[in-house]
Design a protein around this ligand. Structure first.
Ligand SMILES: O=C(O)CCC(=O)C(=O)O
Ligand SMILES: [Fe+2]
Length: 335
């Protein structure tokens, strides 16, 4: 246990320092960071020891970071477009698809082939981890992003309430994992997500929350539970390096934070559901992505079920900025 904790990296105001369980006298607030070797990155497969670390972190913390798995050029190309789109959505103000406050936008990526880079959207290391936790061929049925916006002139930066995205009566074992991929390095300055490690297993479950499903501000954690949790395991706002993926249990408590920088921070959010989980959501993609997914499947490199409604490019491009806010999606399952 101690050995494992010594591998954990705490980031303190830009300085990276080793922190141990013994130093703190309590559980870590900072996530476990897995650093794959060049060979693992090249192959897109973690070897057994790193996979064990990642799976262990998912069970204990409900979150793991894997560094250096997504090429920066792919992120830059997508970021350029999504930052423009984010400004378009921000201009819609109170009519836009914002989450909790207008500084955090729910935003889809353009669902057409020129932006569909498999190293991002079907990253094999991400799928290796989700499949190890959820079972073979997880179902990928949610593909979006959260954009933390520098406030418009005259607006105050705002934080989200601490919440769980699983705002409904849900299983008490892993059933859905979010793959977050920041398109730029995330820092406390540009609105790195606040995370509350270990809360995926909080005994309160849905009774720890206020705000009913479907409301814009659903899934909020009750203030008295936040106070007591802070005593045992306080939250953190880690620096997450560009090129990393973050795998987070859907149940984990977290909050979008204000972006105090002048640059938009886009963070993709893909959800993989357990193969047994009964939810009918489907993706909507432009049909020029179909051969890409079919090629991956043929070569045995997909590893996912991907239910898609295929539409023409025009329809895909006309619709992807017209989606709802985050909590308008129904992640619940059928009985
Ligand atoms: O943007 C973030 O960092 C998190 C956003 C979030 O948790 C949400 O909108 O549900
Ligand atoms: Fe959230």
């Amino acid at each position: 246990m101690l050995l494992l904790h010594r591998c954990r990296i705490a980031t303190l105001g830009g300085r990276r320092a080793f922190a141990s369980f013994a130093q703190h006298g309590r559980l870590h607030s900072m996530p476990l960071v897995v650093k794959p070797s060049n060979l693992e990155t090249q192959k897109g497969i973690l070897e057994a020891r790193n996979l064990e670390k990642a799976v262990g972190a998912m069970y204990r913390d409900g979150l793991v970071v894997v560094e250096d798995v997504v090429p920066h050029e792919a992120l830059d190309q997508l970021n350029k477009k999504m930052v423009q789109d984010a400004r378009t959505l921000q201009d819609r103000g109170e009519d836009g698809p914002f989450n909790y406050n207008t500084g955090n936008l729910q935003q889809d990526a353009p669902p057409v082939a020129e932006y569909f880079n498999p190293s991002i959207f079907t990253n094999p290391i991400a799928t290796q981890i989700t499949a190890a936790v959820l079972g073979p061929r997880p179902k990928w049925t949610f593909c979006s992003a959260n954009s933390a916006m520098p406030p418009l002139p005259g607006n105050e930066p705002a934080r989200q309430p601490v919440h769980s995205d699983a705002d409904f009566a849900h299983p008490d074992h892993p059933f859905a994992l979010v793959i977050n991929i920041p398109l730029v390095t995330m820092t406390p300055e540009n609105g790195s997500t606040e995370i509350w490690l270990g809360t995926h297993n909080h005994p309160g479950g849905i009774s720890a929350q206020e705000g009913a499903h479907g409301e814009r501000a659903s899934g909020r954690i009750l203030p008295n539970l936040l106070t007591s949790r802070r005593e045992t395991r306080p939250p953190s706002q880690p620096i997450v390096k560009k090129g990393s993926i973050v795998v987070r249990d859907l149940r984990l408590w977290h909050a979008g934070m204000p972006n105090l920088s002048s640059e938009v921070r886009v963070m993709l959010a893909m959800i993989h559901f357990a193969p047994w989980y009964r939810n009918r959501m489907r993706l909507q993609f432009g049909e020029d992505i179909k051969p890409v997914l079919e090629g991956l499947e043929r070569e045995g490199r997909l590893g996912l079920e991907v239910p898609v409604d295929w539409v023409g490019r025009e329809e895909a491009l006309g619709g992807y900025l017209e989606r709802g806010f985050g909590n308008s999606y129904d992640f619940n399952q059928e009985p």
